[in-house]
Design a protein around this ligand. Structure first.
Ligand code: ATP
Ligand code: MG
Length: 557
């Protein structure tokens, strides 16, 4: 866990330090950051960290954050993802200043390439990608110049123009920066800036036959938008030299790149490509399956934006790669839900209790607090009748010594209602228990108990006559091991076969009229949230999380 400090006393992370310095020494009056997703999948918990970081900084300091879709690769991007990404960012509680697309800069980027060619800093290369790879050399040996490196500017300009016009097939030519084939940084050994791709683009259609590479789009887009602090993950450290080289040689606005460690979360996957496999190969029902670490999945499961932001702030920003346990995220979810969730009673595995001294056909209304953590949440009516349901495992006919729940002769309290005592167990011909007969203690009602009877356990329950059947989806972790992507074999070999269990629950009647967007605590069972497939008369609840972290006990042994 990164820090125990409270928000007020929290020391600055290294990026905040850089920004405070830049502001106090007058380098900038205000800051601009950007969140640059590639629209080739849904956002996941790793992206959520990046969003909270980028937008969080411009909330704290004067400035704004752009949403820039990094859509320079025409073949993978789709409009569905663009819409999903916007919905997710808004749900996390952030609003961007400008919605931008790297593809909007294709004309400008082309003109930048022309400038480099004119300055003798870029050339058209006919080498194949294999040849280019061979020319690169190795980290310890210098590369070799391409035979096309000495083309004149005029020749390069003409060829580049023809590349743009679509005169050459895919892969037959590239535009490369002319830097140094012996440079100690391999990325500086004449990197490819443009490739030919006869592919339709989701925004520019068939206009372009050449597309810029990441390195010739990202920094330039930052610069066009006057981004002051361009934050990316550590794998881009070696790219920074090229980022700066291009900005300097083009003489454009000097944006700066800063790198932080990718946030990895144990027991899950944070790679769009792999999450896509889970979707396409139907291991999950879709990108928003509640078991997915996607923002859409977490939302559907009942995680809250507050909990996700809390999680991201707790793990902080680091310069070293580290893995955070999923338990910390679940902890943050419980912390928040404990404050806001409405308490309700639902029985998942019912056992019929008949209260023999309670009159048949009569209903007594009990009142129960909606949330003891939030007095303003009020209370609700819970009907109490002669036949009620409790969980099967809250009863034992021959209990061990320390068993405090219901057993013959033992007293328990029914939450917000009466104390009952177990008198008799009824079985069918096969010996299965069909009902348990109890009697209630008349003057033991919650809040006005004068009975003096001690009950060592409080059970959740529902009136059998009032119970509404609901579908309950119980989730467990999608992966059984800490690092599904590590080691031999496929990450999908580690999928938890019991990650979803669907049962029928019996709910107290209040749930039929509760708001569909409410978060619930089903007493003693966990936190729950209505699934989007839920409808009046056919309620479906996703278990957001259990009340305690019991994963370690049940699965990891
Ligand atoms: P993926 O491998 O899942 O596709 P990506 O980095 O390629 O991830 P992008 O859409 O290119 O995904 O990323 C958008 C932004 O989110 C980038 O700035 C990227 O650095 C950041 N980001 C992605 N994954 C993480 C992570 N695990 N931790 C922190 N930031 C991340
Ligand atoms: Mg990417």
């Amino acid at each position: 866990m990164a820090t125990e400090e409270t928000k007020e006393t929290k020391s600055l992370n290294f990026i905040e330090e850089i920004i405070e310095n830049d502001l106090s020494n007058g380098k900038y009056d205000s800051i601009i950051t950007r969140f640059p997703p590639e629209p080739n999948g849904y956002l996941h918990i790793g992206h959520a960290s990046s969003i909270v970081l980028n937008f969080g900084l411009t909330e704290r300091y004067k400035g704004y954050t752009n949403l820039r879709f990094d859509d320079t690769n025409p073949v993978t991007e789709e409009t569905e993802y663009v819409e999903a990404i916007k919905e997710d960012i808004r749900w996390l509680g952030f609003e961007w200043e400008n919605e931008l697309y790297a593809s909007d800069y294709f004309d400008t980027l082309y003109s930048y390439a022309v400038i480099l060619i004119e300055k003798g800093l870029a050339y058209v290369d006919d080498s194949s990608s294999d040849e280019i790879a061979r020319q690169k050399g190795t980290p310890t040996t210098p590369g070799m110049d391409s035979p096309f490196r000495s083309r004149t500017s005029a020749e390069n300009l003409a060829l580049f123009e023809r590349m743009k016009a679509g005169e050459f097939p895919d892969g037959s030519k590239t535009l490369r920066a002319k830097i140094d084939m012996a440079h100690p940084n391999m990325l500086m050994r004449d990197p490819v800036l443009y490739r030919i791709k006869h592919a339709r683009h989701h925004r520019t259609g068939d206009k372009w036959k050449i597309y810029p590479m990441y390195d010739f789009a990202h920094g330039q887009s930052d610069s066009i938008e006057k981004v002051t602090h361009s934050l990316c993950t550590l794998e881009f450290v070696p790219h920074r030299e090229l980022y700066n080289w291009l900005i300097e040689n083009l003489g454009i606005y000097p944006s700066h790149q800063y790198e932080f460690a990718r946030r990895n979360v144990n027991h899950t996957i944070t790679s769009k490509r792999k999450l896509m496999q889970l979707v396409n190969e139907k291991y999950v029902s879709g990108w928003d399956d509640p078991r997915m670490p996607t923002v859409a999945g977490m939302r559907r499961r009942g995680y809250t934006p507050e909990a996700i932001r809390d999680f991201v702030e707790r793990i902080g920003v680091s310069k070293r790669e580290n893995s955070v346990d999923l338990s910390l995220l679940e902890f943050c979810v419980r912390e928040h839900l404990n404050k806001i969730a409405l308490r309700r009673m639902v029985v998942l595995d019912p056992l019929k209790i008949v209260i023999t001294n309670f009159p048949e056909g009569e209903t007594e209304i009990c009142r129960s607090e909606n949330n003891p953590e939030d007095p303003s949440s009020g209370d609700r009516e819970v009907p109490f009748t002669r036949e009620i349901l409790i969980e099967k495992d809250d009863f034992m006919e021959n209990p061990p010594k320390k068993y405090h729940r219901l057993s013959p002769g033992q007293h328990v309290r029914l939450k917000s209602a009466y104390i009952i005592r177990c008198d008799e167990v009824i079985r069918d011909a096969e010996g299965e228990i069909t009902e348990v007969r109890c009697s209630y203690i008349e003057n033991s009602k919650s809040g006005q108990d004068t009975s003096g009877v001690a009950a060592k356990a409080t059970l959740h329950w529902v009136s059998a006559a009032h119970a509404i059947p609901v579908e309950v989806r119980l989730y467990d972790r999608l992966f059984l091991v800490e690092n599904p992507s590590e080691g031999e074999g496929d990450f999908k070999d580690h999928i938890n076969p019991a990650s979803l269990k669907t049962v029928t629950g019996y709910a107290e009647p209040a749930l039929a009229t509760d708001s569909p967007g409410a978060h619930f605590q089903f007493l003693r069972l966990g936190y729950f949230y209505a699934d989007k497939d839920s409808a009046p008369g056919r309620l479906i609840f996703n278990r957001t999380t259990t009340l305690r972290d019991n994963f370690a006990k049940t699965v990891q042994k």
